[in-house]
Ligand binder design. Sequence first.
Ligand SMILES: Cc1cc2nc3c(=O)[nH]c(=O)nc-3n(C[C@H](O)[C@H](O)[C@H](O)COP(=O)(O)O)c2cc1C
Length: 208
Amino acid sequence: MNLLHIDSSILGDHSVSRQISAAAVAALRAATPGLKVTYRDLDATPAPHQSGALMAARATPAETRTAAQARDVADADAILEDFLAADVVVIGVPMYNFGIPSQLKSWIDHLAVAGRTFSYSAAGVQGLAGGKRVILASSRGGFYGADSPAAGLQHQESYLRGFLGFIGVTDIEVIGAEGVNVSPDLKQSATDAAVAQAGGLSAIRQAA
Ligand SMILES: Cc1cc2nc3c(=O)[nH]c(=O)nc-3n(C[C@H](O)[C@H](O)[C@H](O)COP(=O)(O)O)c2cc1C
């Protein structure tokens, strides 16, 4: 079984989502002998942006690419392959400016590949990346529940659910801490509860 662990917080050791994702991965690792874990910290090692430069690199024959072009193409390709190879994906995802960190968006931009993760047909879009379990380790400064006044500004979890659904991933669990910037006490209690929930993940299971 392969587990892909992604972190995207810019707050390093102060990050809440990193604590939650680490607890989830530790629990799953302890419960699953032989689990292969691949880790990427998108703040320390950012994914290359989709850009004109990257498109030009792809259009350049491999043998004439510069070292930087070759590195970026290989990195972008590896992001897709690592995702496709994973049975379980744990994503640390803070809410930044009502959405996901740009670091995570750059990574996701390499997953939407026609013919690999989705296809268009006469019947509409078909997701090709199903059979995978995704755990979102989420953290937010405020409250965005369905009954909160800010619910309409929640473009973090909803974006990820929408994107993952588009590529066929339907087995999505969210373990989250909300209101962590409201007060130190609330930050501590919300973090503790989410870390405990993540630590309770008992075993790798096949995606639903
Ligand atoms: C750049 C930045 C933007 C943020 N934007 C929001 C926001 O729009 N809404 C919110 O509720 N909290 C916001 N926050 C607070 C974070 O969601 C909160 O600190 C959360 O714990 C971040 O996750 P992390 O600790 O894993 O980085 C922001 C924090 C940062 C650093």
